[in-house]
Structures are given as structure tokens and as C-alpha cells.
Design a protein around this ligand. Structure first.
Ligand code: SAH
Length: 214
């Protein structure tokens, strides 16, 4: 697939929109400027790739809004070399943003088809996260603890297994709520193991579902 001047121009416009929305972290904006988001979508829908809308990626799932990706990534603020667990690989776009920022990324997806599709595109872009087909409610204990966890589907509650897999001093960004809207939560694990929970704005995610789908 091609990344033309036109695509780069559309990306530049998107970045300006993200700044307008209040995204200030240059490392996030740089990564999003660099990654050809349209590679993650169907060829036919290149025009929509850079508008601030969610988008179908097959089996009823969506690639998150660019604004949502930017917002969650800014809250997570992953540093180079940090271990980050992502729940909901989906299109692989958010995964790629985290890789571009230098994080060591572990990402889980419960839909077999998306797991296969996203693996291909992520490796075409040259990123090397560890990708797993599995149920994010359980997390990935064999690689724990993580410096950060980012959940990219709407969770009905904060899964205990994920809290356990967070390093002391680490944080989890998770949209919590059932139905159409979720509230963005930041769960920080204090060095003594206690939790601090902060809430941010309303977002709309596809639901975090139980068990894998083959
Ligand atoms: N980060 C993705 C967002 C995709 S939408 C992107 O940038 O495109 C959310 C994804 O979460 C969907 O692909 C959905 O299948 C997945 N998901 C839902 N419940 C899950 C679970 N329990 N474990 C892992 N993935 C899950």
C-alpha cells in the first residue's frame, strides 16, 4: 500500500485537529503523524481514514477514533522501553502507535479474524509487538508485571486480573461502563499496592466481551 503526499497532508490536518481537541503530548502527535492510518482500513475508505470518526474493521468491531487513541495514549504516556499490555488489538493501529513511541508492547485480541489481519499489517510496518489471541479479562500473566495497561474496549468493571498484573507505580487506562457510553478511568497502583482511581471524559467503545471467538 502507498503512503502518498496526499495521505501525509490528510494526516497533518488530523494532527492539527487533535491539537485543537487538547492533545499536547508531542510524542503522541509525532507517532500519529508517522503511522499511515489508512493502511489499517479498507482501500476503498482512504478519505475517511483521517476524519475523526470510528470505523468498521470487520466482525462488527471498530478502529477507535483518532481522538480516542490520542487521548488514551496521552494519559498512558508510555516511555521508551516500558512494558505495555493492550487489551483489544483490533485493527492494530493503537498497537502501532505504542510501538512507534518505543514501548515494548503486548497486545491481546479475542476475535480470531482480527488477530490474523492485524498481525499482518503490523509486521508490514516493521513493528514487533507480541500479539496474543486470548481473553483480555485474564490479561497475560506470563509476561507480567506491566508498566502500563491500556484497554481499548468498554469494560463493565475493572478486571481484577489486570490490576494484579500492573507494576507498583504503573497505571491502567480503561473505559468503564455498560451501554453506549463509557467513562475513561485511570487506575494508578501506588508503591504500597493501594489504588488511586481518576475519572476523565465520556467515550464510546465497543464492549469488552468474555472468552475468545474463533
Ligand atoms: N485498539 C483497537 C481498538 C479496536 S476496538 C484499534 O486501534 O483498532 C476493540 C477491540 O477489542 C475489538 O477488536 C474487540 O474484538 C476487542 N475485544 C473485546 N473484548 C475483548 C477481550 N475480552 N479480550 C481481548 N480483546 C477484546
Amino acid at each position: 500500500m502507498e503512503d502518498s503526499f496526499k495521505h501525509k497532508g490528510m494526516r497533518k490536518k488530523l494532527i492539527e485537529e487533535l491539537r485543537y481537541f487538547g492533545i499536547t503530548e508531542e510524542r503522541v502527535l509525532d507517532a500519529m503523524m508517522k503511522i499511515p492510518r489508512h493502511f489499517f482500513l479498507d482501500l476503498a475508505f482512504v478519505e475517511q481514514a483521517y476524519s475523526n470518526v470510528a470505523f468498521q474493521i470487520g466482525v462488527g468491531q471498530t478502529i477507535s477514533h483518532p481522538r480516542t487513541v490520542a487521548y488514551q495514549t496521552q494519559l498512558l504516556n508510555p516511555q521508551r522501553g516500558q512494558k505495555i499490555l493492550e487489551i483489544g488489538t483490533g485493527s492494530g493501529y493503537q498497537t502501532s502507535v505504542l510501538c512507534e513511541m518505543g514501548a515494548r508492547v503486548y497486545s491481546m485480541e479475542r476475535q480470531k479474524e482480527l488477530f490474523i489481519k492485524s498481525r499482518k499489517i503490523i509486521s508490514q510496518l516493521g513493528y514487533t509487538p507480541k500479539l496474543f489471541f486470548g481473553d483480555g479479562y485474564k490479561g497475560m500473566p506470563s509476561y507480567a508485571p506491566y508498566d502500563g495497561i491500556i484497554v481499548t474496549c468498554g469494560a463493565p468493571f475493572i478486571p481484577e486480573a489486570l490490576v494484579e498484573q500492573l507494576k507498583p507505580g504503573g497505571k491502567m487506562i480503561i473505559p468503564v461502563g455498560e451501554g453506549a457510553k463509557q467513562i475513561m478511568h485511570q487506575v494508578t497502583k501506588n508503591p504500597d499496592g493501594t489504588l488511586q482511581v481518576d475519572q476523565f471524559g465520556e467515550f464510546s467503545f465497543v464492549p469488552m466481551l468474555e472468552k475468545v471467538a474463533k
